[in-house]
Design a protein around this ligand. Structure first.
Ligand code: ATP
Length: 289
């Protein structure tokens, strides 16, 4: 049996450059791993079956689950006779903009590569991962990365200066596909200064990173779910350095320098009863705070 963690991500920046001929949007985003994680236990099954049990009743346990699809893809690609039972402890909120499904798929690829002794390189796993979803390659690598293409092309950046992240997930799910369909680039006035945020990361300048947080998808999700804007305002009122919606939403995060302040903000937000609140940390190549 093998146990593996799949970290969630937040977007420090998210820009949509244009819609491509293949229907995907060309994006440019700075992604950051955080230590809110699902935990997966993988147990080999000699009879060849793939099965999933999970702590969240409403998550499907068949081909609709990305963890299942990851296992099926790697088994089929390498003609593996064995199967696997996956026990999925789901801690990352679902349909939240935190790439929970992608994190699970990445963990299954990494875990089965070990369990079945396939000897795949990270690069080979990324290529498989990109077939499952645009965020899966990032979840395989983790840390602080620039993601381009439809999100699958990665360039490592300097690790963010370790800090705390307060997450607020309002009780709504948002469909990523819907948000991209609604996106109207011509109406968007403010775009991220991606090179500026990259250079703040290189200088270890957390204030510069905080000033540069920007996500163009807020222009779609916030008008439909104004509670996101309220949560951002509350994060700032209680002392976050900056606050942003992650991915296509609805989760809002606040960037915070120290643990005491992060816990203070979390307590204040919890008393509003408007969202599920988590205190977490950034995770870097060098291992987080
Ligand atoms: P992203 O930030 O990559 O857009 P997300 O955090 O918004 O992702 P997910 O939590 O990955 O969204 O889930 C999106 C959809 O995928 C849900 O509707 C869910 O039913 C489905 N799904 C399939 N497998 C999983 C999984 N293992 N964990 C969570 N959701 C899954």
């Amino acid at each position: 049996m093998l146990t593996i963690k799949g970290n969630a991500k937040i977007n420090l920046t998210l820009d949509v450059l244009y819609k491509r001929d293949d229907g995907f949007h060309q994006v440019e985003m700075i992604m950051q791993s955080i230590d809110l994680a699902d935990v997966l236990c993988l147990e080999e099954r000699k009879n060849g079956d793939i099965s999933i049990a999970t702590t969240i009743a409403r998550l499907p346990c068949d081909q609709r689950n990305l963890a299942y699809r990851a296992a099926a893809l790697i088994k089929e690609t390498f003609q593996v006779k064995s199967g696997v039972h996956i026990f999925l402890e789901k801690n990352i909120p679902v349909a939240a903009g935190l790439a929970g499904g992608s994190a699970d798929a990445a963990s299954v690829l990494i875990g089965l590569n070990r369990l079945w002794n396939l000897g795949l390189s990270t690069n080979e796993m990324e290529i498989l991962g990109a077939k499952l979803g645009s965020d899966v390659p990032f979840c395989i690598k983790g840390g602080t990365m620039l993601a381009t293409g439809r999100g699958e092309l990665l360039q490592p950046l300097a690790d963010i200066k370790p800090c705390y992240i307060v997450l607020a997930k309002p009780p709504i799910g948002v469909s990523t596909a819907w948000v991209y369909r609604q996106y109207r680039g011509q109406d968007v006035k403010v775009h991220p200064d991606t090179p500026g945020v990259k250079s703040s990361l290189e200088q270890g300048d957390l204030t510069g990173v905080a000033k540069g947080l920007c996500n163009v998808l807020e222009t779609v999700t916030i008008p439909v779910h104004p509670e996101i804007k309220k949560l951002k305002q509350s994060m700032m009122q209680y002392g976050a350095m900056a606050s942003l919606m992650s991915g296509s939403g609805p989760t809002v995060f606040g960037l915070v320098e120290d643990q005491a302040k992060a816990e203070y903000i979390a307590e204040k937000l919890k008393s509003q009863n408007a969202a599920a609140i988590f205190v977490t940390k950034t995770v870097g190549k060098s291992g987080g705070v």
